[in-house]
Write a protein that binds this ligand. Structure first.
Ligand code: CA
Length: 504
């Protein structure tokens, strides 16, 4: 039994590694590296789940691309130059022939392994004492499957709010399928139905306690509130976000304070910590288990690949309040600090801070934070209020917590009506560098508008995307580029329809 467990775990590891080098499509796997198609015990479920988190840790997944894509395609961050790793996303440079397979393959690799667990877990008999753990495993698996399909739907499908989900999204796969399986694309609406079903089911199963590097109930509820916002379910979004906040705060989580904020990103929180901070789900990277130089920590650091930086327009926007604590996590590299001319004159997001004794590439990746739950609640409340259903007191409360934390001298006036734009502006400042911006704009029917402003501190920062990509969105010629083209390898094998505008 022990041999089986180790064998399968090792096989998972091989799959995770081989994916980065061969760029294959989701099911075109060498038989020798096939994942197990069955799990028959609690320990096998545990090992398979660990393998899934290991795939999520890859720089092609949540230690890198799946996060930075939403930043680089927006207006608040940019690639340092057109030859940088993040430039393809910044330049909207993907075409039908160079469409990357990783954005498609990694989430599906994760989903396939989730399906291995989900199609078998209810058949596994365990002692009463283990039932709660098995429920938690199932809850984590459902949450991860929902999250992966959500990311695929965001990357490949138009925003739900654009056409009520009528256009094509990703493929919904809920069974363990072999390499001959022919996926079909579902509509965005069908994808959201499945995402919400998985996340709602996960909530009733997940553990409530801190679980290092794993998804718990409060993380899943925050993600669910985000999904509801994308889906236009504002009442549900508000309720889910409030439940996440209340639950997390009754389990020792709390918003970082103004004093903690600049360095809390490097905290190595443990089960014994009485203050769990505000990271509800993070990818754990270690020196001994590191995503390496392609990781966000390395890509966003002036001491690493200095690949992505903030735009001048974002920096100017944030600097309107010189006492905003979030200015302290914009790492402005200067000549006086000894940086070379290709590095200085730019501002780098310093949210991926290595834990004690680690290199920058080993920084953990906070994927879901309590601050987002506050902003989700505020956005939903503001939208409900604008629609005539008064939730302004909640909008004031949740937005106010983020505003006052950033600068204790500031507050949200309880006698004012909080607008959606006010919340989105705060969201922009709070979540920069965490992969949200382009999606936040588009799901709210706005365009990405890049502006070349001046700022003497960021003397080297300049847009290189050309005028055709200074404004991106509905009504622009480039609108088709807000979704990725499907990878050629996938289209060759399964004849999936490409997204419009890219050509077949
Ligand atoms: Ca780390």
């Amino acid at each position: 039994m022990i041999m089986t467990k180790i064998y399968k775990y090792v096989m998972m590891g091989i799959v995770a590694i081989s994916m980065s080098s061969c760029g294959n499509d989701w099911l075109d796997l060498d038989p020798s590296t096939s994942v197990p198609t069955n799990v028959t015990s609690k320990s096998e479920v545990d090992a398979t789940l660990n393998g899934i988190y290991s795939t999520m840790q890859d720089p092609n997944a949540y230690s890198g691309r799946l996060v930075y894509y939403g930043d680089m395609t927006g207006d608040d961050m940019q690639a340092v130059s057109s030859t940088k790793r993040t430039a393809s996303a910044y330049l909207y440079g993907f075409t039908k022939s160079n469409a990357p397979s990783s954005y498609w393959a990694y989430p599906y690799r994760i989903i396939q392994n989730c399906n291995v667990i989900l199609t078998n877990i209810d058949k596994i008999e365990v002692a009463d004492a283990d039932k709660q753990t098995m429920n938690d495993y199932k809850g984590q698996t459902l949450a991860i499957r929902g999250m992966s399909l959500f990311d695929l739907t965001k990357l490949y499908g138009y925003p739900y709010t654009y056409d009520n989900g009528a256009s094509l999204g990703a493929s919904i796969v809920t069974d363990v399928v072999d390499k001959d399986y022919m996926p079909q694309r579902s509509t965005v609406a069908q994808c959201y139905e499945q995402i919400i079903k998985d996340l709602e089911a996960s909530i009733n199963l997940l553990g409530e306690k801190f679980n290092k590097g794993k998804i718990n109930k409060w993380a899943a509820l925050t993600l669910l509130s985000r999904v509801y916002l994308y889906h236009g379910d504002n009442e549900k979004a508000l309720n889910a976000a409030k439940a996440a906040i209340e639950g997390a705060e009754s389990h020792q989580y709390q918003l970082w304070t103004n004093a903690e904020y600049p360095t809390a990103w490097s905290n190595d929180v443990s089960e014994a910590s009485t203050n769990k901070g505000e990271v509800l789900f993070e990818i754990i990277n270690l020196t001994t288990d590191s995503p390496g130089k392609e990781s966000l920590g390395y890509l966003y650091s002036p001491n690493g690949y200095y690949d992505g930086c903030v735009t001048k327009s974002f920096y100017n926007f944030l600097k309107k309040d010189k006492d905003d604590v979030r200015l302290k996590i914009i790492n402005v590299a200067t000549k006086a600090q000894g940086y070379s001319s290709s590095v200085y004159g730019r501002g780098y997001v310093n949210k991926y801070q290595p834990q004690q004794g680690e290199g920058v590439g080993d920084a953990n990746i906070p994927v879901i934070r309590l601050s987002e739950a506050y902003l989700n609640a505020a956005e939903a409340a503001a939208k409900l209020t604008a629609a005539g259903n008064d939730h302004n007191a909640e909008a004031v409360k949740y937005l106010g917590a983020i505003v006052s934390r950033a600068n204790p001298a500031k507050s949200v006036d309880a006698s004012s009506t909080v607008t959606v734009d006010q919340v989105l502006d705060e969201r922009r400042k709070e979540l920069v560098g965490e992969g949200h911006r382009m999606f936040d704009l588009l799901r709210n029917g706005k365009k990405v508008v890049r502006v070349e402003e001046s700022n003497s501190t960021l003397s080297k920062t300049k847009h290189t995307c050309g005028k055709d990509f200074m404004t991106i969105g509905e009504g622009e010629e480039n609108f088709y580029k807000i979704v990725l083209p499907l990878p050629l390898a996938e289209r060759n094998v399964s004849h999936l329809q490409n997204n419009p505008g890219y050509g077949e």
